[in-house]
Design a protein around this ligand. Structure first.
Ligand code: IMP
Ligand code: MG
Length: 187
């Protein structure tokens, strides 16, 4: 819940998705994915640091099929707010994913450049299947076609923070998704 007495009240302009909406959506996505993967002996969730960590933690616990978790770290944005399109692996998957059912767990799809690159990389490791679940997407701004099988919310094309998403590494811990006041960017 947005707490008007909290430190962030001065910095958040408005909430885009509330904590309750996130919780309900995670449960819904968990049910859908559990149904689709019922009978699969193992699903390997692949999360991308750092933004997907909150969603990964909640989503994994909303599933009723057994999973394993892998995390990758990719370079995308520094403290700027536009996509560079340049992707570098800072931390790779630890295990052999050949023949496994992969589900990439993403925080947000903006330009889609990072994810497009990641999907090609993962396909090259010869998994049994690859699908994408993303909590957020900004529609109409993708520069590449991204097959998102499971989507939480389409949001306006604005820079958002919270629920894993940062601005200059801050605000990831906010339990909701919101927009910063313009004054924050002027600091
Ligand atoms: P894309 O390559 O443009 O699709 O975005 C790559 C990454 O940039 C996402 O996984 C996020 O970590 C980050 N990102 C994109 N849009 C936002 C935003 O509005 N707020 C914070 N991070 C964002
Ligand atoms: Mg990310």
């Amino acid at each position: 819940m947005f707490d008007p007495d909290s430190w962030y009240a001065e910095e958040i302009e408005r909430t885009i998705i509330t904590e309750d909406e996130i919780r309900a959506k995670v449960a819904e996505l968990g049910d859908r994915v559990s149904a689709d993967y019922a009978g699969t002996d193992e699903v390997l969730l692949v999360g991308v640091f750092k933004g997907a960590v909150m969603f990964m933690a909640d989503f994994a616990r909303a599933l009723s099929v057994p999973v394993k978790m892998e995390f990758m770290a990719l370079s995308s944005y520094g403290s700027s707010t536009t996509s560079s399109g340049t992707v570098r692996i800072l931390k790779d998957i630890d295990s052999d994913v050949a023949g496994k059912h992969l589900l990439v767990v993403e925080d947000i799809i903006d330009s889609g450049l990072t994810l497009s690159w990641l999907l090609k990389y993962l396909e090259g490791l010869h998994p049994a299947s690859v699908a994408v679940v993303s909590m957020l997407r900004k529609p109409g701004v993708q520069r590449v076609d991204i097959p998102v099988k499971y989507l939480g919310f389409d949001i306006p094309n604005e820079f958002v923070v919270g629920y894993g998403l940062d601005y200059a590494e801050r605000y990831r811990e906010l339990p909701f998704v919101g927009v910063l006041k313009p004054s924050v960017y002027q600091k």
